[in-house]
Design a protein around this ligand. Structure first.
Ligand code: CP3
Length: 349
């Protein structure tokens, strides 16, 4: 059930391509290490412990929305804890990022990947959603999220972060049947997980295909699109899905085919061109180059204005970075960006 306040919020109106008083904005990784309020909580627990503590995860989610004044909160969680109940190990090592235990290296390894059946194993996420929804302002939507099947499968195969995704590509070219199996298990698990977030109280969900830009359009079509589409098709029609990917604007037409109401785009293409390619009957989210936040405020303003101008005053633009905020960015600049966008995006007349 969506309340009238949430239904009429800037974010939800923009997701439906309706006019808003000003451009809505939220920021990927808005609740991260650049924020002193986050670091104060994070000092007391490991990252994974934080993800599994609904009280602390809710606090971090709410604080970020409040101090930034953004138009949506994003659930504090991570892409990878879903892998634990699917049979993988998971740790986060300082300086190294995530490390996945028992990665998939052969077709036989796919047989031991368990589909997530009992979503209670991720109950801490749904508890966080309920706590956040209870305390979030009535007109601020809460976004849930998950990885897309490809990005999740890439972690399962690489065993952690990767620059070139050679293991992942090698696996899918060498073992297309096993790849298909792995992607089906990922997709079925993701549908249950995302529905759980929606049932617990999220108003929209973002699907992060952060690393799929390493593929060509024809590989995306063959090895990825049917699975991402299956996830999006299985979600309720009245909950906007933000379909986000980075790294390869040539994938835009296929991203559209995969589905969603809002399309998250990175900075490697002008927003105007991306929207033209996607079609003006869908909403867009993006796409300020994140490094702009390191520039002086005048430069930041000019660059943010260029993104707003690129939307040509059309309803259905949700401002965001083309990717996430970085740990050493100045929180004051992030706050300044939110203010600027609200000022510059204000409709005149
Ligand atoms: O956006 C938000 O504020 C919500 C929280 C959020 C986190 N991760 C918190 C986090 C979200 C939406 C994510 C998604 C996520 N996680 C992605 C996709 C997002 C993207 O940028 O495309 C990916 C690829 C992951 C996996 C992941 N989690 C990696 C690679 C790392 C290590 C990164 C690093 O630089 O160390 C994480 C850890 C992580 N996730 C942190 C946070 C705040 C830092 C952990 C810490 O406090 O030490």
């Amino acid at each position: 059930m969506i309340t009238p306040e949430l239904h009429d919020s800037r974010f939800m109106r923009a997701a439906r391509l309706e006019t808003t008083d000003t451009t809505p904005i939220w920021i990927m990784r808005q609740a991260g290490r650049y924020l002193p309020e986050y670091m104060a909580v994070r000092k007391t627990v490991t990252f994974l412990e934080l993800c599994k503590r609904p009280d602390l995860s809710a606090e971090v989610t709410l604080t970020a929305q409040q101090v930034l004044g953004v138009d949506a909160a994003i659930l504090f969680a991570d892409l990878l804890p879903i892998l634990e109940p699917m049979g993988f190990g998971l740790t986060y090592e300082k300086g190294e990022g995530p490390v996945i235990g028992r990665p998939v290296r052969s077709p036989e390894d796919v047989d031991r990947v368990r589909e997530l059946e009992n979503i209670d194993e991720l109950g801490f996420v749904f508890d966080t959603v309920r706590l956040v929804r209870r305390d979030l302002p009535a007109d601020i939507p809460l976004l849930g999220f998950a990885g897309a099947p490809f990005t999740l499968a890439s972690y399962a195969i690489e065993g952690g972060s990767s620059k070139d995704f050679v293991r992942t590509k090698r696996f899918l070219y060498s073992h297309p049947q096993a790849w298909n199996n792995l992607m089906q298990r990922m997709s079925a698990s993701l549908v249950r997980y995302l529905k759980g977030q929606i049932d617990a109280g999220c108003q929209a969900v973002q699907i992060f295909d952060s690393w799929v830009g390493c593929l060509s359009p024809s590989d995306y079509r063959q090895y990825v699109l049917p699975h991402t589409k299956a996830v999006i098709d299985a979600l309720p029609d009245d909950v906007p899905v933000i379909n986000f990917l980075t790294g390869n604007p040539a994938l835009l037409p296929l991203q559209r085919e995969a589905g969603g109401q809002v399309f998250g785009i990175d900075w490697r293409i002008d927003l105007k061109d991306a929207w033209q390619t996607l079609g003006h009957d869908v909403a867009v989210q993006g796409n300020l180059e994140p490094v702009s936040l390191f520039a002086d405020l005048d430069t930041l303003r000019t660059r943010a204005q260029a993104v707003i101008d690129s939307a040509e005053g059309r309803p259905g633009h949700i401002f965001n970075l083309g990717h996430g905020v970085m740990p050493d960015m100045d929180p004051d600049n992030v706050k300044a960006l939110v203010k600027m966008v609200h000022e510059m995006g204000a409709r005149t007349g």
